[in-house]
Design a protein. Structure first.
Length: 81
């Protein structure tokens, strides 16, 4: 790889991640993004953390997406009764 130089002959810094490219990066979800806060009892947060740690859901955000608009069987699987 040939490094580029500036007008004074100094090497130009190359980006370590390959730079901006079409299609690169994490794909976005369809929809509007809004940051919200929610208060739940500690027991429910422990359950959600357990689901994430045991890979039953990918993230806390995914848990709430499933609860909001997932199918009923998947919802029942994740909820505490």
């Amino acid at each position: 790889m040939v490094q580029k130089r500036d007008a004074q002959g100094r090497f130009l810094k190359q980006p370590k991640n390959g730079g901006l490219r079409p299609g690169a990066g994490r794909p976005s979800l369809d929809g509007y993004r809004r940051v919200v806060g929610i208060k739940l009892p500690e027991e429910q947060w422990r359950h959600i953390d357990y689901l994430v740690a045991s890979r039953k859901v990918d993230s806390v955000a995914e848990y709430f997406r499933i609860i909001a608009d997932g199918d009923d069987d998947r919802r029942r699987e994740l909820l505490i009764f």
